[in-house]
Design a protein around this ligand. Structure first.
Ligand SMILES: [Zn+2]
Ligand SMILES: [Zn+2]
Length: 115
């Protein structure tokens, strides 16, 4: 008898939210990542649900803190204190240039980056 068992990750977009991102846009999507255990290609159970927020404009990625998952699923707006940063695109707020290094001043327009 051959068992076909596996673990697979599924990602789905739950909804769109508004989040004031560093890139000055506020269109974000909530992504649910679910890890499933399947046997004979039938999902038996799922565990380890994780929620993420992704900025539609710059692709910055955040994970949602567990204690805020419920409220984020109900609300239309997400706030920075509800998130952990996974990847954040640094951008100059004045000229919009991408900044790959930790500059204190924007090399393109001289705007002060660090507050
Ligand atoms: Zn963004
Ligand atoms: Zn700049």
């Amino acid at each position: 008898m051959i068992f076909v068992a596996g673990i697979n990750d599924r990602k789905k977009i739950i909804k769109e939210v508004s989040y004031k991102c560093k890139c000055n846009e506020s269109k974000g999507i909530i992504i649910l990542e679910e890890r499933n255990f399947s046997l004979f290609f039938l999902p038996i159970f799922s565990w380890d649900k994780r929620y993420y927020l992704e900025c539609k404009t710059c692709g910055s990625l955040y994970s949602i803190k567990k204690e805020y998952v419920d409220s984020i699923l109900k609300e239309e707006e997400v706030f920075a204190y509800q998130l952990n940063v996974i990847f954040e695109l640094k951008m100059c707020k004045k000229c919009g240039h991408e900044l790959n290094f930790d500059y204190e001043y924007c090399p393109y327009c001289g705007n002060k980056i660090k507050e």
